[in-house]
Design a binder for this molecule. Sequence first.
Ligand code: CUV
Ligand code: SF4
Length: 636
Amino acid sequence: MSNWKNSVDPAVDYLLPLAKKAGIETTWDRYEAMQPQCGFGELGVCCRICWKGPCRIDPFGNGPQRGVCGADAHTIVARNLIRMMAAGAAAHSDHGRHIALTLLEVGEGHAPAYRIKDEQKLRNIAEKLNLAPAGKDLRQVAKEVALASLEDYSRQKRSIPCNWAKATLTAERVDKLIELGVMPHNIDAVIAEIMHRTHVGCDADAVNLLLGGIKGALADYTGMCLSTELSDALFGTPEPVVTQANLGVLKEDAVNIAVHGHNPLLSEIICDVALKMNEEARKAGAKEGINVVGICCTGNEVMMRRGIPLATNYLSQELAIITGALDAMVVDVQCIMPALTSVAECFHTEIITTMAENKITGATHIEFREDSAVESAQKIVELAIEAFKKRDKRKVNIPDYKQTAIAGFSAEAIMAVLSKIDAKDPLKPLIDNIVNGNIQGIALFAGCNNPRAIQDNNFITIAKELAKNNVLMLATGCGAGTFAKTGLMTQEATEAYAGESLKAVLTAIGKAAGLNGPLPLVLHMGSCVDNSRAVSVAVAIANKLGVDLDKLPLVASAPEFMSEKAVAIGTWAVALGIPTHIGIVPQIMGSSVVVEFLTEKAKDLLGGYFIVETNPEQAAAKLVAAIKERRKGLGI
Ligand code: CUV
Ligand code: SF4
């Protein structure tokens, strides 16, 4: 790609030419080879829902305006879009189910590899779900919490909302969602309903389809919320931890194991087991023992809870192998490029799949089961040590780039930091500073990378601009990966980029919390499912102010998104009342009805709406404007 910069990540810049020289193809090569991409698909007007098709609508109005069944562009675009939301919801909530089932096993005394690491959190969750935990034994509480969570996958009564959605949002929002008929009662049923209503010959009203999609997106919220909270109970609630990020965290003298994917059930055990197998690694010649690093959201999970360094985020996952120093990449679910096994063919790296429903041809499969988690993890680490012995030293090119990153800002951690200033009323200092304008608003960065944008560039450009405008920033997912890799999750970044009043507030809070300086410029809230942490902070603020979420000076941005999960997240953010920016043109532009609904009508209905803007400077300006509008609405 001659005229196009692929990434602003220096480690990527360093490794891509080496890949090219060695004839190894990466996602950027494949993206280039894919040009021009199909215009019908880009507009969302291609339908493959039945085999009378594929049908495509002519966007210029000269050719067909309806599919063989008569579906028009609006129906086709809306159907395609809400199927993406259903898939996103399925992914997050299947992950959540997995965690809930494990918690149930723990409650029932099975699953010896797991235990409740954060008892207080479990009890707080039980309180929240109205399970009256006082005086009950811990295992009983675990069981009841797991069953109440699993109820959100099995309840048949449509009039009863999901426990988790109801317990974690403002009362006003819950009422509004119920009134609009978009409150989920059962995650699985809502996903099935979307598949049903988009089957050939069903729902053919674009707005009705979108409302069905919004319900699916709120099912996604429900699944990710329970996923986050139950993971905290099992593995600990994150607290601020200093670590490092970018490919320079790989070590020449260690057995390097990357954990990649999403679900902490396996990666947590691998981290435990690796600690015990350092001696074996040293015996194999790795002076520094075992070095576990993270990629994508699994990376965020173990970074938050254990300070495990983050190797890289989504788009550059192949490059971890191209360093020649990665001995094993262990993957579970989601965002794992099928290309990994082809790249690994040029190296000694073992690609290890672990989930029965997620195999990759060419990978080694070591099945992970909760009841034998430790054994699987041992096998995986042994395989990595074996691979290390075969590492070709001449092929090792670890880029000398890594940055310090402070991670681990769970909602609880944020409250703990704030309570150092006002123990009785921890939110008060934050709210006071929002009201007096020292903090103009809050922005949540989420979502992936996408080769349609220069990797990490949108995130960084927008964040620096918002920082100047005194906006407090939170990040999750691969966005958090970007900020970690580029040093924006440090105290130095606050000094360098924060506007004067934001800097003063972050410094006052940081000093009170004993940090010897400001809080980092961007607060690392975790993986994609951890977006629910941002909601819980927002709900606490809204409840304190006595307003609903759509009144808060709160915005979200997924400037480089790509996955169906991100489509679901963006949609529930809108449904919760949050102006939500996306920096990649969504595949909906073929329907004026869908575009208008999501960018305008949603505002009247829900308070939130999508802002589509590919230019990062302009995106920042629009986010600041959205914050200002909200401040005006509050009279501050
Ligand atoms: Ni779940 S969904 S690329 S790893 S954020 Fe990263 Fe995050 Fe998108 Fe995937
Ligand atoms: Fe074509 Fe209708 Fe079948 Fe879609 S559902 S492929 S528009 S006939």
